[in-house]
Design a protein around this ligand. Structure first.
Ligand SMILES: Cc1cc2nc3c(=O)[nH]c(=O)nc-3n(C[C@H](O)[C@H](O)[C@H](O)COP(=O)(O)OP(=O)(O)OC[C@H]3O[C@@H](n4cnc5c(N)ncnc54)[C@H](O)[C@@H]3O)c2cc1C
Length: 460
């Protein structure tokens, strides 16, 4: 049967818009954050609720169509779209309900962190989430998820209480510690392999609404000195501090001196979510290093959560290469700074995020997400606009990664993977966890319908 005819059968059971080639919205609807990924789905099914998700999953299975699932469309590898298949797009599903008494929230699968923070902060509450407000809660949480509050309260997936899933057979299940506990273990790090998450329930925590945060920066020439200082200064630092450093090109913003604008720089970005006076004391040593770039203040937490939005707008070409470091040795710093100096695009950055704290206090086997013992996670994020510059920018991210390999733990974070092959996905979990994930996958998705992701094939 021609696709147009089968689509009529879908539209009989589907309430949201079905966007197909030729529709005015199609060009926009097929796009994802990473412009390097340019695919043409047969239909973008913009779901309005779980019933639409069920209809879309059933339709895809009955017509044997490839399925891409999209929350916030921020997959680094651009997994939220596909050629000739169906995109199950949850971006219209943006409902949230905070219960202040239990300090929990239920949020639908299309919510972004900006929306999540706005609704939860209205009650003075928050859960650890991504540091760019346009990122989806769904993909980020299912792969693990870390942000400014992670050292204090754990990964986003550590704060999950339950997830509502539509499975490959069109069934709806709830998973939590009590119901379907195996599946609940798997979705906390195993990504979108097990079904479409229509909503998430999180434990929240009192945060802010005012935190101490901001950005400090120095010329690239000071990078080795600043990073060695940062390494020592962050040892034993309280968990209220979320902090990262990044090699960037300094933006032309008012708090950047003219002489440093558009020049390579090393920046420290932080969010202190505890007592403000204590935070000022904790941060004093960094400020004593007289950062010429400085924008540090008591800020609304929601502002902190969007402070990096302009660094990573949708629509640029992007390629990522990441890993973990057990520590930031002098040799690792020298290697990183050497490659950073050669960056071909002013939009690119290479970040080093401090892990530890609450992340490391969760037992390795409690969630599918593993590798909780790395001290830093590094990520070279190439971003560029001219497609003809692709090779040079991909090569730079790889070179940064390769330069740090001698110091890396070998760990992999699925949410930072580009298109890197099945071995790298398996390496994110290790043999034992990967085998357990594959067994669970075989139970809920034996035909691997949900395979356009960082895929865990079903066990045979
Ligand atoms: C600008 C930017 C900033 C980022 N910042 C952070 C950060 O601070 N911390 C961090 O940990 N990561 C961060 N990431 C990485 C991020 O975790 C991943 O890109 C994540 O996949 C984004 O989720 P999404 O829903 O926006 O993406 P999507 O592209 O919509 O989804 C990615 C994948 O997740 C799965 N998925 C999405 N929605 C669902 C659903 N409802 N049900 C089932 N599966 C689903 C699918 O497999 C899909 O292919 C960032 C990424 C970008 C581009």
């Amino acid at each position: 049967m021609a696709l147009a005819e089968t689509l009529e059968s879908l539209s009989a059971t589907f309430r949201g818009p079905l966007v197909t080639p030729g529709d005015p919205d199609y060009e926009q609807a097929r796009r994802v954050w990473n412009a390097m990924v340019d695919r043409r789905p047969a239909v973008v099914a913009r779901c309005t609720g779980p019933a639409d998700v069920v209809a879309a999953v059933n339709y895809a299975r009955e017509n044997d169509l490839p399925i891409a699932v999209r929350g916030g469309a921020h997959s680094a590898a651009g997994k939220g779209t596909c050629d000739d298949g169906i995109v199950i797009d949850l971006s219209l599903m943006r409902g949230t309900r905070v219960d202040p008494a239990s300090q929990t929230v239920r949020a639908q699968g299309g919510v972004t962190w900006g929306q999540f923070d706005r609704e939860t902060q209205a009650f003075g509450l928050a859960a650890p989430g991504g540091v760019v407000s346009t990122t989806g809660i769904a993909g980020l949480t299912l792969g693990g998820g870390f942000g400014w509050l992670t050292r204090r309260f754990g990964l986003s997936c550590d704060n999950l209480l339950s997830v509502d899933l539509v499975t490959a057979d069109g069934g709806q299940v709830v998973c939590s510690e009590i119901e379907n506990p195996d599946l609940f273990w798997a979705v906390r790090g195993g990504g979108g392999n097990f079904g479409v998450a229509t909503s998430f329930e999180y434990q929240l925590h009192p945060v802010g609404p005012i935190i101490l945060g901001g950005i400090m920066g120095w010329p690239l020439a000071q990078a080795t000195e600043i990073l060695a200082f940062h390494r020592e200064q962050t040892r034993g630092v309280p968990d209220e501090l979320g902090i990262s450093t990044a090699f960037v090109t300094a933006p032309p913003l008012p708090f950047v001196p003219d002489s440093l604008q558009l020049q390579p720089a090393i920046v420290v970005i932080f969010c202190w979510s505890g007592d403000l006076d204590e935070g000022r004391e904790v941060m004093r040593p960094w400020l004593d290093h007289a950062p010429p770039i400085q924008m540090v203040d008591a800020l609304p937490y929601t502002f902190m959560q969007s402070i990096q939005d302009d660094l990573a707008p949708a629509g640029r070409h992007s390629y990522w290469k990441a890993g973990y470091l057990a520590d930031l040795t002098d040799d690792a710093i020298a290697a990183a700074a050497g490659v950073a100096a050669k960056v071909p695009s002013p939009f690119s950055l290479a970040e080093l995020v401090l892990f530890g704290g609450a992340v490391a206090r969760v037992a390795e086997n409690e969630t599918a997400f593993g590798q909780r013992d790395g001290r830093f996670i590094f990520n070279a994020i190439s971003m560029w606009e001219d497609p003809s510059a692709t090779d040079a920018n991909v090569a730079w991210a790889r070179e940064f990664h390769d330069a740090l390999q001698p110091f890396a733990t070998g760990g992999v974070y699925v949410n930072f993977l580009s298109e890197e092959g099945p071995e790298r996905v398996a390496a994110a979990y290790g043999d034992e966890k990967f085998a357990r994930l594959a067994r669970i996958k075989a139970e809920v998705d034996p035909d691997n319908r949900f395979r356009l992701n960082q895929n865990i094939p079903p066990a045979k």
